[in-house]
Design a protein around this ligand. Structure first.
Ligand SMILES: [Zn+2]
Length: 45
């Protein structure tokens, strides 16, 4: 038996933080970096 599933498709295109779904994993990662990377509560006073 031969399997042609050499390439694994990355299914993680859903943001864990807010649950938004993206067409590409890279976009999801970029979203997470932009939207959820801010750990420090920035105060713009
Ligand atoms: Zn998110």
């Amino acid at each position: 038996m031969k399997f042609f599933n050499k390439e694994k498709i990355i299914v993680e295109t859903k943001c864990r933080e807010c649950g938004m779904e993206f067409s590409e994993t890279e976009r999801m990662l970029r979203h997470m970096i932009k939207a959820h990377t801010k750990k420090k509560p920035s105060c713009n006073c």
